[in-house]
Design a protein around this ligand. Sequence first.
Ligand code: CA
Length: 336
Amino acid sequence: MARSRIASELDFTKEGKHSGFLRLPHSVHRSAYGWLPIPITCIKNGDGPTVLLISGNHGDEYEGQVTLMKLTRRLVPEDVRGRVIILSAANWPAAMAGMRTSPIDEGNLNRSFPGDPNGRPTAAIAHYIETVLLPMADFVIDLHSGGSSLMYIPSALVRLPKDPAQRAETIEMLKLFGAPISMLFDMPQGEDRTLTGAAERVGVRHFGTELGGSGTVTKAALVIAERGVARLLDHVGVLRRPLHAEPPAKTRILIVAGAPYYCYAPDSGLFEPYVELGDEVKAGQAAGVVHFPDTPWREPTTAYFERDGVVICKRIPGRTERGDCLFHLGADYRGD
Ligand code: CA
């Protein structure tokens, strides 16, 4: 396998707390021999597991970035047993622009794995994460939210493991994280271009979130993220002392298992929602309508839910195009 061209300023084997940049070579008109500075911190103290913490995979998802910047400054070697690596602006050009995708190459990092060491910056970052950072890790936490176009009820999310023992441990971790909603993803067509897909290929346990979204940061979402991450770090054994003592709040465990859980805009225009986050809906129920500002006398087109469930994600911008996700549902998990 070809080696990454990204050079780390950090020596990940060194004891103590170190911060610096991953240098991604980027030769452009204004900077012939330049590199993109992707910030990274490594806190190591003796033997123990390695946990990789990631945010800014999508640059417009801010709750995770704030959480990991605060943790970067707070965590000291005395807290750690093993190693914690924090990559808080994973797709750095996207994070600096406050965009889901990179303004340099339009790359969506979470659709770019396994990446390419000789590719454009987003592909090179994906390749570095999959071939350098993930192989060092025992556990990866990837903090997402709804970004600019979607709003979630703050949620944790994991892929539903097939193995019963793994499934039980995963559900334990969802309860420990303590978000209002926990999503078990069991999609018939698994997306393998994501960090989740990369973690599965490398054999690293993965835990994700959808903390809120619509390009905002709320106090409530940050409390959920900060406490949840602290409890998970403690649970996997990478802390010498807990970061806080609050017990988790109760979580509602839902399953998301395929296309019928999603509701898409059937037409392009102005979206009028008929439901809101947290509403319980039935198959065949109208989700909303799309109005036509160019022909206001035309009857709006109705979008329908394909199955029963609870609304956990909603499109935020009023303007919509055919194919945009308007809502997505979860259904109460009945297994185990
Ligand atoms: Ca995301």
